[in-house]
Design a protein around this ligand. Structure first.
Ligand code: F6R
Length: 612
C-alpha cells in the first residue's frame, strides 16, 4: 500500500527520496512523487502515474530538483483513479504547503464541500488534497504553520500518517500520525520520516515509532515530538537489528526466492533463543502462568497466509491443549459479534503488524474482555504495540508480497506457544514434550537440507506451468497446508486454484476432476495417511495428474499413485507442515517464473493491507 519517505538534512534530498521510495516499492503502488524545497525556498513537486522508473525519467528531464529537504510518496489508489493529478504530494491552492499521506480521511467530502464554498478549487479527487487545502486555509487564517497543523488534525477524521513541507518554513518537515504507521529515523547527515523501516535502513537503524495523535518537527539537526496537547515529549529510540542487506536481493532473481532460501536461518533465529536445556522458554509469558491456566478457549485471528498459519494452529493447539481452538479470518471476526471474555485468549498473527482487519479484530477482542497475544514480525508495529503480549518472529524484513519466511516462522512460534501452554497446564507428557522440542531443534537443518535440492519441484513446475486450474487436497494439517499452497500458487502465477479437505471431494468437488486435471495431494500427515491415499486413488482413477507431497516415512504408501512425487524430510507429525509448505512455495515460484509473472509484486496486491 502507500509508502512515505521524508528527509531533512545536509545532502541533496532527491536521491535519498528515490532510494527510499525504491525500498518501499514492494508494498505495491500505482503512482509516485516527490516534493522538495529549493535553496531559494521554492516548493518543487514532480509526480506521475506508474512505476518509479517513470518518475525518475520525469526528474531527469528537468533540472535536478535542488534542495536538502523533501518528502516522497508511493500511492496505492483508494480515492480517485491512479493518474498524475491524484498522485502525491498534494499542494494547496497557494502553492505553499505540500502533503504526502497514507490512510483514509473519512470526512473529506464534507471538508471539501466547505472549502469549495469558500472558493477553493480542487485539482484532484483525493482525500489527501483536502489536508493540503485545509492546511493552507488555516495557515492563511492563523499565520503559523504548527497552529494550522493542529487545526487540521482537529478537523479530520480517519487514519493518517503524513509528511508536510511549507515553503515559508523551509528548513522544517512536519510529521503526524494516527492509526497508520510512521517512524522517525536519526541519521548522521539529517533526520528522516518513513512509513516502513526498510526505507531507512541504508541511512540509519536508530528510530522512534510515533504514537497516535503525535506531531513531530524535524530539521537537519533536530527532532521534536509533541503530543495531542502540543506539549513536547521525549520518546525512546530503538535500534533496529535488521541490516540493509536483509532488504536487498543479494544475487537472487527475486526477493521471493531469496526469502524462501532464508527460511532455515529465519526459523533458527526465531526458535534458538527460545530453547534452553531441552525446554521452551518464553520470557514474554513468564508472569502469565496463572492466566494461561485459566484459558478455556482460543480464537486465532488473522488474514491471508497468516490465517492459514492459524488453521495449522487450530489443529495443533487443540490436539495439545484439549480446549476449543478456532481460526478466524480477521475481516469476518470483527463483525461477527464474537464470544469473548477473560477465559478466552485471542491470538492475532501478522507479519507486518499493520493489517487493518487484524488490528480491528484485536481491538474488538480487547473490548470484549479478552487478552490478546500477537505473533508479529515487525517490531514496534501497531498490532505489536496494542497487544497485551507479543511474541516476535525473527524472520527479518520480508519484501516479496507473497509471504514465505514470515509464514514459516509464525507457524513454528505458534506451535512452540502451544507446547508451552500445554506444559503449563500439565497436558503434555514428558516424552511427547521432549520429542516436540527435539523436532523443533532439528527443524533449521532439515529446512536447509530440503532447500538444498529444489530440482524436482522446479521440474514439476516446468511440466505443469500452463495448466488453467489446480486443486490442492489434504486432511487435517495437510488440509491447512493446502490452503497456503493454493494461495501461493494463485497469487503469484494467476492460475485458478482451490484447496479442499480431501474427505470433502465426494460431496461436490470431485465432479470437477477430469482427465488431465492437476491435483496437488498432500500426504505428509502420517496419522491420516491411509485416508488421504484413498482420496488420491479417487482422483487418479478419474484421470487427474497428481503431484503428491509426502515425507520419507509416508512416500512408500503413495508412490504408486503419484504422477510426480515430492519427498520432504520427516519430523514430528505436528511439525510436519513447517517442512511441507516448502515444496509448495518452490513449485508456485517456478510456475510463476515459467509464466513470466511479476513474482515479487503480483498484480493488484500490496504487501501490507492497511485498508478495509
Ligand atoms: C499472501 C500474503 C497475505 C498476508 C496477509 C496478512 O502471501 O502475504 O495473505 O499473509 O495480507 O498480512 P500480515 O501478516 O502482514 O497481517
Amino acid at each position: 500500500m502507500c509508502g512515505i519517505i521524508g528527509y531533512a538534512g545536509r545532502s541533496e534530498a532527491v536521491p535519498i527520496l528515490l532510494d527510499g521510495l525504491e525500498r518501499l516499492e514492494y508494498r505495491g503502488y500505482d503512482s509516485a512523487g516527490v516534493a522538495v524545497v529549493s535553496p531559494e525556498n521554492e516548493l518543487q513537486v514532480v509526480k506521475t502515474k506508474g512505476r518509479l522508473s517513470v518518475l525518475r525519467e520525469h526528474l531527469a528531464e528537468q533540472d535536478p530538483l535542488k534542495g536538502q529537504i523533501g518528502i516522497g510518496h508511493t500511492r496505492w489508489a483508494t480515492h480517485g483513479e491512479p493518474n498524475d493529478t491524484n498522485a502525491h504530494p498534494h499542494v494547496g491552492a497557494d502553492g505553499k504547503i505540500a502533503v504526502v499521506h497514507n490512510g483514509i480521511i473519512e470526512n473529506y467530502l464534507e471538508i471539501r464541500a466547505s472549502l469549495e464554498r469558500k472558493g477553493i478549487h480542487f485539482a484532484s479527487e483525493t482525500d489527501t488534497e483536502v489536508i493540503a487545502q485545509l492546511m493552507e486555509y488555516y495557515y492563511r487564517k492563523l499565520g503559523n504553520l504548527m497552529n494550522a497543523v493542529y487545526a487540521v488534525l482537529g478537523r479530520i477524521q480517519g487514519a493518517y500518517a503524513m509528511g508536510i513541507l511549507c515553503r515559508d518554513v523551509p528548513g522544517q518537515m512536519i510529521a503526524a500520525r494516527k492509526d497508520a504507521p510512521l517512524l522517525i529515523g536519526y541519521g548522521e547527515d539529517g533526520n528522516y520520516i518513513a512509513s516502513d523501516v526498510t526505507a531507512l535502513l541504508a541511512h540509519t537503524r536508530t528510530v522512534t515509532y510515533m504514537e497516535d495523535g503525535e506531531v513531530a518537527v524535524l530539521t537537519a539537526d533536530s527532532v521534536q515530538i509533541y503530543d495531542r496537547e502540543r506539549a513536547p515529549i521525549d520518546r525512546e529510540k530503538h535500534t533496529v537489528d535488521w541490516d540493509v542487506s536483509a532488504a536487498e536481493k543479494g544475487g537472487y532473481a527475486h526477493f521471493m526466492l531469496k526469502e524462501i532460501m532464508e527460511q532455515g536461518e529465519a526459523v533458527r533465529k526465531t526458535v534458538s533463543p527460545r530453547l534452553q536445556d531441552g525446554r521452551i522458554v518464553l520470557p514474554e509469558l513468564a508472569e502469565s502462568a496463572e492466566f494461561l491456566k485459566g484459558i478455556r478457549k482460543i480464537n486465532i485471528v488473522a488474514c491471508g497466509s497468516a490465517y492459514h498459519v492459524g488453521m495449522v494452529g487450530k489443529y495443533v493447539l487443540e490436539k495439545l491443549l484439549r480446549i476449543p481452538v478456532d481460526a478466524y479470518l480477521a475481516s469476518e471476526f470483527r463483525y461477527s459479534e464474537p464470544l469473548l471474555g477473560e477465559d478466552t485468549l485471542v491470538i492475532v498473527i501478522s507479519q507486518s503488524g499493520e493489517t487493518l482487519d487484524s488490528m480491528a479484530a484485536l481491538r474488538e477482542a480487547k473490548k470484549g474482555g479478552s487478552k490478546v497475544l500477537s505473533i508479529v514480525n515487525v517490531m514496534g508495529s501497531s498490532i505489536a504495540r496494542e497487544s497485551d503480549i507479543v511474541l516476535y518472529t525473527w524472520a527479518g524484513p520480508e519484501i516479496a508480497v507473497a509471504t514465505t519466511k514470515a509464514y514459516t516462522t509464525q507457524m513454528v512460534l505458534l506451535i512452540m506457544l502451544g507446547i508451552y501452554m500445554a506444559d503449563v497446564n500439565g497436558r503434555v507428557a514428558a516424552d511427547e514434550y521432549a520429542a516436540l522440542v527435539n523436532g523443533i531443534t532439528e527443524l533449521p537443518e532439515k529446512i536447509e537440507s530440503l532447500l538444498g535440492d529444489v530440482d524436482i519441484c522446479q521440474k514439476a513446475a516446468s511440466h505443469y506451468f500452463n495448466r488453467n486450474s489446480v486443486f490442492f487436497i489434504g486432511r487435517n494439517l495437510d488440509y491447512a497446508l493446502g490452503l497456503e499452497g493454493s494461495l501461493k500458487l494463485k497469487e503469484i502465477s494467476y492460475i485458478h486454484s482451490e484447496s479442499y479437505a480431501a474427505g470433502e471431494l465426494k460431496h461436490g468437488t470431485i465432479s470437477l476432476i477430469e482427465p488431465g486435471t492437476l491435483v496437488v495431494a498432500l500426504a505428509t500427515y502420517a496419522p491420516l495417511l491411509e485416508k488421504t491415499r484413498s482420496n488420491i486413488v479417487e482422483v487418479r482413477s478419474r484421470g487427474a495428474d497428481v503431484i503428491v507431497v509426502a515425507t520419507e516415512e509416508t512416500a512408500p504408501a503413495v508412490r504408486d499413485q503419484a504422477t510426480e512425487l515430492l519427498i520432504i524430510p520427516s519430523t514430528h507429525p505436528l511439525l510436519q507442515p513447517v517442512l511441507g509448505v516448502m515444496p509448495l512455495q518452490i513449485f508456485a515460484y517456478y510456475v510463476a517464473l515459467n509464466r513470466g509473472c511479476d513474482i515479487d509484486k503480483p498484480r493488484n496486491l500490496a504487501k501490507s493491507v492497511t485498508v478495509e
